[in-house]
Design a protein around this ligand. Structure first.
Ligand code: NDP
Length: 434
């Protein structure tokens, strides 16, 4: 805390991981003796830079760009870029730290990184987005590459932004290195199934967790927060598996549709028109829009899938969910539950799937995109989806197994952290004190 002042999200992420590593640290002293813990919490490199651009009125705007290259023990740095006004060093470091263990859990050869900017894409024209992305990449391009560091999307960075970023990288570097970014368009090196991967993967993971406990999505009532990339495809897959998703949100409020959210309307509003979720009720007047995004957890459900942002379920939201009989929580977003909320879920025997395991499907398919780019091949959507299902099942099984081995059966928080940590820590030890 002294070394990283004013970084509460980073402290929270580190505390969650370190607390849950206690069983393995007690059993295997080599991790303390080799200084792995001290090294793993310090990024290998943290880059910040100026991003100047000119808005449509001709005014100069200045944002701040970030890239944290946290850990390369098992592969090139890999992790998304977030464009949101709340982005700062703490947010980028918490996300980069989480990414180390998540990427390890996928069993793909990828290290941990993350980046972004405090730029707010909301209300900006296409040309403003392009000018910003070009300025951002002019600097970032000095630090990334297909075998060094491979960014992707995150909040505020989707296919449009990745397209502009890729175009500028190509122009700066003068070669066609398709593997430098993932989440690309399908006609220039993107992978089928990447758009859906995080949302589908979230539901595949939760489905494994439910099945292991004699439950299922079929006939369940589900609440999914957010209405962005992860939320949309979590709603789609949960619905395909027979659940009824009755609520979704954006940062201004939530929709409650007791008939089940009409996903075609959400996709039109969010993916095509770039409008607010409140517009849903103009198409479906029987549904209700309630201002205030965190109120979504008042809607009773069997399964809660927080897919918007960090710390969206606090202690009070967790108490409400539990009082309303929630049976399972799967974190599609990164760190959406506070430490107090997680404790409450565990004390009340709510099945709890932590973010780094549950939402790892996105980065796993990004690694598959890198593999296809290297081999100059394109797999079918069915091939990618089949691989994603296997990966999510393996993450579940490996996390459960680690929890059993280290004396906390069923605790997926501890299991995922230990399984993710062990592989990275062993690689760090093998590579010496670097
Ligand atoms: P999008 O930008 O596509 O969507 C984000 C959604 O969350 C929007 O509905 C947005 O509402 C809402 N939201 C964002 N910030 C806030 C906030 N501060 N308060 C309330 N609502 C908010 O992002 P993604 O779907 O890609 O990402 C969602 C989460 O999933 C993030 O935590 C991200 O890190 C995580 N994730 C994403 C992956 C991916 O592949 N995309 C992979 C793994 C994790 P509004 O439009 O009003 O801002």
């Amino acid at each position: 805390i002294k070394r990283n002042p004013n970084e509460p999200e980073f402290h929270q992420a580190v505390k969650e991981v370190l607390d849950s590593l206690i069983p393995i640290l007690e059993k295997e002293p080599k991790y303390m003796e080799t200084g792995v813990l001290d090294r793993i919490v310090e990024p290998e490199r943290f880059i910040t830079f100026r991003v100047p651009w000119v808005d449509d009125q001709g005014n100069v705007q200045v944002n701040r760009g970030f890239r944290v290259q946290f850990n390369s023990a098992i592969g090139p740095y890999k992790g998304g870029l977030r464009f949101h006004p709340s982005v700062n060093a703490s947010i980028i470091k918490f996300l980069g730290f989480e990414q180390i263990f998540k990427n390890s859990l996928t069993n793909q050869p990828i290290g941990g990184g993350k980046g972004g900017s405090d730029f707010d894409p909301k209300g900006k024209s296409d040309l403003e987005i392009m000018r910003f992305a070009q300025s951002f990449m002019s600097e970032l391009s000095k630090h990334i590459g297909p075998d060094t560091d491979v960014p992707a999307g995150d909040i505020g960075v989707g296919a449009r932004e990745i397209g502009y970023l890729f175009g500028q990288y190509k122009r700066m570097r003068g070669g066609y290195e398709s593997g430098v970014l993932t989440g690309k368009g399908l006609n220039y090196g993107g992978s089928l199934g990447r758009t859906e991967a995080t949302g589908y993967g979230t539901v595949y993971f939760v489905n494994e967790m439910l099945r292991d406990n004699d439950q299922s999505f079929a006939g369940s009532t589900v609440v999914v927060s957010g209405s962005g990339n992860v939320s949309i495809y979590a709603i789609e897959k949960a619905t395909q598996l027979g659940a009824k998703v009755v609520a979704c949100s954006d940062s201004s409020g939530y929709i409650h549709d007791p008939n089940g959210i009409d996903l075609a309307t959400v996709k039109q509003l969010k993916e095509i028109d770039r409008k607010r979720i409140s517009e849903y009720v103009t198409v479906h007047p029987h549904a209700e829009f309630i201002p205030g995004s965190t109120g979504i957890w008042n809607v009773p459900c069997d399964i809660a899938l927080p897919c918007a942002t960090q710390n969206e379920i606090d202690e009070s939201a967790a108490r409400t969910l539990i009082a309303n009989g929630v049976k399972a929580v799967g974190e599609g977003a990164n760190m959406p539950s506070t430490l107090e909320a997680i404790e409450l879920f565990q004390e009340n025997r709510v099945l709890f799937g932590p973010a780094k395991a549950v939402n790892a499907g996105g980065v796993a398919v990004s690694a598959l995109e890198m593999a296809q780019n290297s081999a100059r091949l394109s797999w079918t959507a069915e091939e990618v989806d089949a691989k994603l299902q296997v990966i999510m099942k393996d993450i579940y099984l490996n996390s459960i197994q680690a929890a059993n081995t280290y004396g906390v059966p069923g605790n997926l928080v501890v299991g995922a952290n230990i399984a993710g940590f062990k592989k990275v820590a062993d690689a760090m030890i093998a590579q010496g004190v670097i």
